[in-house]
Design a binder for this molecule. Structure first.
Ligand code: FEO
Length: 170
């Protein structure tokens, strides 16, 4: 059974994952109208789907543990970016924020000796390590190649390999 505090904190995380899905969905839609970056666009759409899955996993856990997952209202995400580089920079910042939030949940679970929730959260801890690492790799690559069209062309081709090599499936 979840404590009130744990339940509220997990519900907050439901919102963060849902909001993450919206943020990346907005990035995907913006990327889709930029010419020649189909793989980057697909990456953002896929990332948005993954965040929705993270949200659903939390919802099921809260409900299975005797709590109630309240589907939250969401904020309007940023819908346009000055450049691809900016969007990936925001993605990294966003993932770091998510990791901090997961860490706080782990703190609460330990504090309350809620080992079931602690165990459940380990999946998210590992996932955040991967997501941050992937976001850093992509930012480093963008830094190296710059924003010229030829560089972006290569980045768009390369993002397929990077994401495949990362084995980022849930
Ligand atoms: Fe579900 Fe990318 O954090």
């Amino acid at each position: 059974m979840l404590s009130k505090k744990m339940q509220e904190a997990l519900n907050e995380q439901v919102k963060i994952e849902a909001q993450s899905s919206q943020v990346y969905l907005a990035m995907a839609s913006w990327a889709e109208i930029q010419p020649g970056i189909d793989n980057i666009t697909a990456f953002f759409y896929r990332h948005s789907e993954e965040e929705r899955m993270h949200m659903l996993k939390l919802i099921h856990f809260i409900n299975e543990r005797g709590g109630f997952a309240m589907v939250p209202a969401l904020e309007q995400p940023t819908v346009t970016y000055p450049s691809i580089k900016h969007s990936f920079h925001e993605l990294l910042k966003h993932e770091i924020m998510v990791s901090e939030s997961i860490n706080k949940l782990v703190d609460i679970a330990l504090d309350e000796k809620d080992y079931a929730t602690h165990n459940f959260l380990q999946w998210y801890v590992a996932e955040q390590v991967e997501e941050e690492s992937l976001a850093r790799t992509l930012n480093d690559k963008l830094e190296l190649i710059g924003e010229e069209k030829s560089g972006l062309y290569l980045f768009d081709k390369d993002i397929l390999n990077v994401t495949a090599a990362g084995g980022k499936e849930n």
